[in-house]
Design a protein around this ligand. Structure first.
Ligand SMILES: NC(=O)c1ccc[n+]([C@@H]2O[C@H](COP(=O)([O-])OP(=O)(O)OC[C@H]3O[C@@H](n4cnc5c(N)ncnc54)[C@H](OP(=O)(O)O)[C@@H]3O)[C@@H](O)[C@H]2O)c1
Length: 158
């Protein structure tokens, strides 16, 4: 997100930071990614489904997966809960919720950690990252000037 919490504009990411895309790939490759239908549709055709990852798309309107290698779920919340319940036996490894705004908002209560790239400045936006800082603690930051990689963990209940 940027400093105005923007993450998207007209179904595209408002910036292009190759290092951030590499960071995203390093974190998620070999694991499961859950995304909303809009985010799936926003991916360039050659990157969808995202390679070397189990791709799950959340939609209440689709009746068929948008691609033979994509799984469909009709409740993002239920998908996360079911994955957590099976944790340890899941061949898909970690589950990463990769947006967009609606899916972040719906699943936030289930997150264990947040891997955030904070992009300096503000951009035209119509999709925003939900407020999460109250529930999470900043554990690590790598400052790269125009952006910073941040890792947060859920705060332990008092
Ligand atoms: N900066 C970043 O890192 C980043 C990352 C990801 C996305 N984005 C941006 O975010 C924007 C897209 O966000 P968005 O909020 O518009 O869309 P989204 O969250 O990607 O997808 C919304 C769609 O997901 C389905 N949905 C929503 N809640 C659901 C739930 N609880 N269970 C099951 N399905 C559910 C609905 O699909 P149906 O209409 O089919 O029912 C809804 O229309 C784009 O601009 C994209 O570029 C940015």
């Amino acid at each position: 997100m940027d400093e105005g919490r923007g993450i998207g504009f007209q179904n595209a990411v408002p910036w292009h930071i190759p290092e951030d895309l590499k960071h995203f790939a390093r974190l998620t490759t070999g694991q499961t990614v859950l995304m909303g239908r809009h985010t799936y549709e926003s991916l360039p055709e050659r990157y969808r489904p995202l390679p070397h990852r189990r791709n799950v798309v959340a939609s209440r309107s689709l009746t068929q997966p948008p691609h033979p290698d994509v799984e469909l779920c009709d409740s993002a919340e239920q998908f996360v809960l079911a994955t957590r319940a099976g944790a340890g036996s899941d061949v898909g490894g970690k589950l990463w919720v990769i947006g967009g705004a609606e899916i972040y908002q719906a699943t936030l209560p289930q997150w264990d950690q947040v891997q955030l790239t904070l992009v300096r400045g503000t951009h035209a936006a119509d999709a925003y990252f939900p407020p999460f800082e109250e529930f999470f603690e900043l554990k690590e930051e790598v400052d790269r000037g125009d952006y910073a990689f941040r890792r947060y963990s859920r705060r332990l209940a008092a």
